[in-house]
Design a protein around this ligand. Structure first.
Ligand code: UDP
Length: 474
């Protein structure tokens, strides 16, 4: 009988890419296995059409290049309120899909040996489905080990605190393995104890602690303290911590869209000096798109910095699906004045390729974990400009603990001024503080390469897991 591992990513490009890379890694260790990836239909109003079509193209390219990977599209669910708070929607859609997941797992088990079911935490509702079918279930945490530590420690914080994070303002929250995090920097989804999504987070943290194992897209040298806290069981003080497998960095280094055509921004990068260009790109989700005012501040900051830049511009939230009209959005004459040292891309750039290009010397990022790993693997130092999810916490970790980024400071209303961006860009590219961060990231790039090589920490961790899956019978 064919041996199958089923992967169940949540909606979101970053979550999907990490799962696909996991699938490829499994096949490297077990070429005779097959991988089935469940795909949820997009219900989020904030997912732009160009992201959805680029993702469809990406999946087609994966299937063409790796026939042992199959995407199984779960049927669309009707009546989903698409304007719900995004993380609530990301939990709700998999929950509504439980009957479909049950049926799909049963069908697969009839014809194949289902070795493991690996789920994203947003797909937590499927944990019970798999438990009822006695299928060993693992979680693949596609964010950092620091994020996982905070996640698993959440039920303990819930017990020890009597107020919501949103009412604790700047009080410092201590989580094993992390620097202290101001309550205001905790994920918005966990900020209100009375919300539905808070309940979902608590439930999934509890289920995760009972799973067969937790896979994390990180490596030992990058997040030594958080990984030690997890392995020492400090994040689940009331019970055992399941085995932790740090198997990263898993990133997609090739052209994700499977398009042979070289993007024009890569041609432009070819003509720029080594490590001179600052790249600005803020993720795939479109959850917190910039206002027109913020886009203008960025433009002024870049112009005044005097540095070279490559900037991915998307429309403000009101026009997410339309191509941005750069002449209308950017200050008059900006494109002409900066044409010798700047390049603006509309909507979407081949980010992983950009970050591995030798001309890129800095990355202004929203701190999504895939973006962070892509930067680390390219040896590119970062300016941390968090926008949503756990990204404010990531900023604290990246700046204070990992020391691979400088922080951008926003005003009370969330706006980052032109002057602030100008200052940080100069600091990163030309100052001593920037040099320290650059040196640190370049050391981490080498450590990342070593981690996935034969005998490296991630290679060893994955080999253990692969062996376990080989011998599992269910
Ligand atoms: N990405 C890209 N081009 C873009 C924007 C994003 O290729 O213009 C890719 C990026 O390389 C990364 C993923 O989309 O692999 C974003 O994942 P991340 O975890 O950083 O953020 P999310 O979008 O999930 O918030």
């Amino acid at each position: 009988m064919e041996k199958v591992i089923v992967l169940y990513p949540s909606e979101g490009r970053g979550h999907l890419i990490a799962m696909v890379e996991l699938g490829k890694l499994i096949l490297k260790h077990h070429p005779s296995f097959s991988i089935t990836i469940f795909v949820l239909n997009t219900h989020s109003a904030s997912t732009a059409q160009h992201v959805a079509s680029s993702t469809a193209q990406y999946m087609a390219a994966v299937e063409a290049a790796t026939p042992s990977i199959t995407f199984l599209h779960l049927p669309p669910i009707s009546g989903v309120p698409s304007t719900l708070f995004p993380p609530e929607l990301m939990y709700l859609v998999p929950r509504l899909n439980n009957p479909n997941v049950h049926q799909a797992l049963q069908t697969i088990s009839h014809t194949s040996k289902l070795k493991a079911f690996v789920i994203d935490f947003f797909c937590d509702a499927a944990f019970e489905v798999a438990a009822n079918l006695s299928i060993p279930t693992y979680y693949f945490f596609t964010s950092s080990a620091s994020g996982l530590a905070a996640f698993l420690y959440h039920p303990t914080l819930h017990k020890n605190l009597d107020k919501s994070f949103k009412d604790l303002n700047h009080m410092l929250i201590d989580i094993p393995g992390l620097p202290s995090i101001p309550a205001s920097d905790m994920s918005k989804a966990t900020s209100d104890r009375s919300s539905k999504v808070y309940e979902y987070f608590l439930d999934s943290a509890t289920h995760m602690a009972k799973s067969n194992g937790l896979l994390v897209n990180t490596f030992e040298l990058l997040e030594t303290k958080a990984i030690k806290a997890l392995s020492d069981g400090l994040c689940v003080p009331d019970g055992p911590t399941p085995p932790i497998f740090c198997i990263g960095p898993l990133i997609s280094s090739s052209n994700q869209d499977g398009d042979d055509h070289q993007h024009e921004c890569l041609n432009w990068l070819n003509s720029q000096p080594s490590r001179s260009v600052v790249f600005l790109c803020f993720g795939s989700m479109g959850l917190e798109l910039f206002s027109a005012k913020q886009l203008r501040e960025i433009a002024v900051g870049l112009e005044n910095s005097g540095q070279r830049f490559l900037w991915v511009v998307r429309n403000p939230a009101t026009d997410n699906n339309k191509e941005p009209d750069l002449d209308e959005l950017l200050p008059q004459g900006f494109l002409e004045r900066t044409k010798d040292r700047g390049f603006v891309v509309k909507q979407w750039a081949p980010q992983a390729e950009v970050l591995s290009h030798g001309s890129v010397g800095g990355f202004v990022t929203h701190c999504g974990w895939n973006s962070v790993l892509e930067a680390v693997c390219g040896g590119v130092p970062m300016i941390a400009w968090p926008l949503y999810a756990e990204q404010k916490m990531n900023r604290v970790v990246l700046v204070k603990e990992l020391k691979v980024a400088l922080a951008v400071n926003e005003s009370e209303d969330g706006l980052v001024s032109a002057a602030e961006l100008e200052k940080r860009v100069r600091e990163l590219i030309v100052s001593e503080a920037g040099r320290e961060v650059r040196d640190r990231v370049s050391g981490m790039r080498d450590a990342a390469v070593a981690a996935v090589k034969e005998g490296g920490s991630s290679h060893v961790a994955f080999a253990e897991l692969a062996e376990l899956w080989l011998t599992t019978t269910c």
